[in-house]
Design a protein around this ligand. Structure first.
Ligand SMILES: Cc1cc2nc3c(=O)[nH]c(=O)nc-3n(C[C@H](O)[C@H](O)[C@H](O)COP(=O)(O)O)c2cc1C
Length: 347
């Protein structure tokens, strides 16, 4: 499968863009475990044009991450074109447009999934962005606004006609937000529409190797995108790849290996959020360097940021009487505290 001239291996697995989750620290871990395509968190076109610092930081990508897309969102065609040009300067491989975000602060302002109610404008934005950049442009969207407006089969053709090079479909409507089950039937219908030539990436509720394979085989998609199931479990990609290659489940990583990956992720988050800003050239990135640099006892943004991954991870699932330890882990404020707790958990 190809997106423009970017080649992917058989049955590629994409890491879904997720705000506050898919920063370089997490992306690089997922890449190491086999994710074939990465996306930045979505970036507001307006904020990008105003050059807001935090937004600029979201454009940071590393060569080891390629291929990677910068995802942008907004509701104004000119601003989106301008934002796409700014994003292109950060040299991603693809510019992806978000027409899927359902949350009020985005969709309520006519951006993200809000554009599922304004198809002519959505198409105008898409055409303007395609015209504005040399890079391939892709779109990520949902089935439609609500149950009565599942327009994705027609919409996919219209978006293709605007010149996009691939389409990702999350099998829910905007009205569903994240509730109910993702419906892959319509994703399959888009894929089976003889008029569709561009790759179709299916997304929604893929949480296991078996389900990933079923999505490829049953719905014929060109790639499967995984989001929430990878939070706190970046090694999921290697489990899925192993299953594709052998038809068997990969022996699970040991408890100690899983804990080590979690800790590695916490350190990478600290490096990303607390160290790089201050001293990008000479930053600590291993645990011993953290200790030497005396950040072991500091309250760090990277630790707060890691809580979502620690809360979601299956690593500690099923451990009896774990509730208090879990609460303590999610309250820990320093690496010293957090790692002491993680190290002391045994099974
Ligand atoms: C915390 C969180 C943040 C998200 N942020 C984005 C985003 O920035 N851009 C986007 O296109 N989708 C975003 N999504 C949606 C996911 O990319 C994906 O479409 C959705 O979670 C369904 O896939 P999954 O069932 O594999 O998680 C987000 C989802 C979550 C849970």
């Amino acid at each position: 499968m190809n997106i423009s001239n970017i080649e992917f291996p058989d049955k590629p697995l994409f890491l879904a863009p997720m705000e506050d989750v898919t920063d370089p620290a997490f992306r690089l871990l997922c890449k190491r475990f086999g994710a074939d395509m990465l996306y930045t968190e979505f970036v507001s076109s307006e904020a990008l044009i105003r050059s807001v610092n935090r937004t600029q930081q979201k454009l940071t990508i590393y060569d080891e991450e390629r291929p990677i897309a910068i995802q942008i969102y907004g509701h104004d065609p000119d601003s989106m074109a301008e934002a796409a040009r700014i994003a292109e300067e950060a040299q991603p491989d693809i510019i992806d447009i978000n027409f899927g975000c359902p949350v009020k602060k985005v969709a309520g302002k006519g951006a993200g999934a809000g554009l599922l109610k304004e198809i002519p404008k959505m198409l105008q934005i898409t055409s303007e962005v395609v015209k504005a950049v040399k890079l391939p442009v892709t779109v990520k969207t949902r089935l439609g606004w609500d149950d009565d407006n599942k327009i994705i089969v027609d919409l996919a053709e219209q978006l293709q006609d605007c010149g996009i090079q691939a389409l990702t479909i999350h099998g829910r409507t905007r009205a569903q937000m994240y509730k109910g089950d993702a419906d892959w039937t319509l994703i399959g219908d888009v894929k089976n529409n003889a008029r569709m030539k561009i790759p179709i990436i299916g997304n929604g509720d893929v949480t296991s190797p078996e389900r990933a394979l079923e999505c490829f085989n049953r719905y014929g998609v060109d790639a499967v995108m995984i989001g929430r199931a990878a939070i706190g479990r970046p090694w999921l990609f290697s489990e899925v790849k192993h299953y594709f290659a052998t038809g068997e489940n990969k022996p699970l990583l040991s408890f100690e290996e899983q804990k080590a990956i979690l800790k590695e992720h916490v350190i990478a988050s600290v490096k990303w959020l607390d160290i790089d800003d201050e001293d990008p050239e000479n930053n600590p990135f291993t645990l011993s360097e953290c200790i030497i640099n005396d950040i072991y006892n500091k309250r760090l943004k990277g630790i707060i940021h890691s809580r979502r991954h620690i809360a979601a991870t299956p690593v500690f699932k099923g451990i009896p009487n774990f509730k208090d330890t879990r609460i303590a882990m999610l309250r820990a404020e320093t690496l010293k505290e957090l790692f002491f707790i993680i190290d002391s958990v045994n099974i």
